[in-house]
Ligand binder design. Structure first.
Ligand code: PMP
Length: 430
């Protein structure tokens, strides 16, 4: 623990005065077991990934079998069954137009690849000035440079990286709410935004329906249809980042299905391997791939060392098959109902601004920023694992979480929200 504290960088905490970390010895089902033997009900699914829970026999078997064949070979000039089997599933399951698959090593890299694809597509069309991206405020697309440049300018720290990050165009994020009639004023705002900036843009990139790490914001799927129409009208590609929403989390296999929209490029990651290994994918239409392939450049200028890693692909295939063989939709519905019901009492608390749920995602937005160190110690003491950020206490549990664990998770959040001492004086992010 001392070595960890003195030498290992953890996400978004100081190396000089870090938030506490808790040593995990093992994980099984929906529980993390700490090295002192305490068990925690996991509300985070390891940041959206572990949809089947942990230590899953089918995924363990797939990893073991693949290890005996090979854990890795280069993808340049070689191919293998796990990559082909995974590609076949991704093409079949994603919206119809998406036919070509780039297997990347992490979510951020898949977004880098998507953005490079878009720029190369426009270059191939002779549109060399189209190097900008359009996006919503409040988005999150990863921590490497290109994705960071389309993350929300405030929470994405554009100020800090001014001069380093390329500058793109941001549209106010769509109003909150997934039902009812979509706001007509906002639709007009979208049109104006496209008229102003689209001629310099390679693509519009967004997280469909659910903005995750940029604010856990849910918006009307109908706006995605408007985006599709505007992109077509202005020759701008549409990129959906489904890294967080993909594989059932929102109640559809992919969030694009809420609007019945096919993007030109789609990024997948996180739950792709059921949370076992890092792997992501960037899918695109035939038109995008052909335009790049028929240009003088011919190739997509990206090819990482661990592209198409067989071990990760084999586990991803097993994870997708397991998901599809389960009644995942009923599971997500059940989690949705449970989270809605059990988090509702938080809405009455003075500390709480808003409680919202969508699919298997539950969010309590508070007025003041959470004291992460303090509230986490309380959660661990109560036997649950939740990692809030800013003014957001949120969960997206493994789909297999039993009702009684879900209730305990939600009840513990409500209890914590009733305690003023878990909140900082001023509202701020992270
Ligand atoms: N896009 C979205 C929507 C995400 O939620 C994330 C991760 N939180 C990423 C991209 C980046 O993925 P990774 O952390 O695997 O690089």
């Amino acid at each position: 623990m001392q070595f960890d504290r003195e030498h290992l960088w953890h996400p978004y905490t100081s190396l000089v005065d870090p938030l506490p970390t808790y040593p995990v010895a093992s994980a099984s089902g929906v529980r993390l077991t700490l090295s002192d033997g305490r068990e925690l009900i996991d509300g985070m699914a390891s940041w959206w990934c572990a949809v089947h829970g942990y230590n899953v026999p089918e995924l363990n078997a797939a990893a073991r079998a693949q290890l005996d064949d090979m854990s890795h070979v280069m993808f340049g000039g070689l191919t293998h069954q796990p990559a082909v089997a995974l590609g076949e599933r991704l093409v079949r399951l994603t919206p119809d137009g998406l036919q070509r698959v780039f297997l990347a090593d992490s979510g951020s890299v898949s977004v880098e690849v998507a953005m490079k694809m878009a720029v190369q597509y426009q270059y191939a069309r002779g549109e060399r000035g189209r190097t900008k991206f359009l996006t919503f405020r409040g988005g999150y697309h990863g921590d490497t440079t290109a994705p960071m440049s389309v993350c929300d300018p405030v929470t994405g720290m554009h100020q800090l990286f001014a001069g380093f990050l390329p500058e793109h165009y941001f549209l106010r994020r769509p109003p909150a709410g997934v039902g009812g009639t979509p706001d007509a004023d906002y639709r007009r705002e979208m049109e104006v935004f496209f008229r102003q900036h689209a001629d310099r843009a390679a693509a519009f990139i967004c997280e469909p329906v659910v903005q995750g790490a940029g604010g856990m914001h849910f918006y009307h799927p109908e706006f995605l249809r408007d985006l599709r129409a505007l992109c077509d009208e202005h020759d701008v590609l549409l990129i959906f980042d489904e890294i967080a929403t993909g594989f059932g989390r929102t109640g559809k296999l992919f969030a694009a299905e809420h609007a019945d929209v096919c993007p030109d490029i789609m990024c997948l990651g996180k739950a792709l391997t059921g949370g076992y290994l890092t792997l992501a994918a960037t899918l695109c239409t035939d038109r995008v791939a052909r335009t790049i392939g028929e240009s003088d450049v011919k190739v997509l200028m990206h090819g990482p060392t661990f592209m198409g890693n067989p071990l990760a692909c084999a586990v991803a295939v097993a994870s997708i098959d397991l998901l599809l063989s389960s009644d995942w939709q009923a599971a997500v519905d059940r989690l949705h109902r449970g989270l809605t019901r059990h988090l509702r009492p938080a809405a009455q608390l003075a500390t709480v601004k808003n409680v919202r749920t969508f699919g298997a995602i539950g969010v309590v937005e508070t007025h003041r920023a959470v004291d992460v160190g303090k509230i986490q110690a309380f959660f661990v003491d109560q036997g649950v694992w939740v990692r809030p950020f800013g003014r957001l206490i949120y969960v997206m549990p493994p789909f297999v979480m039993p009702d009684e664990d879900l209730k305990k998770l939600a009840d513990t959040i409500v209890t914590a929200c009733a305690r003023e001492e878990f909140f900082l004086g001023e509202a701020k992010f992270r």
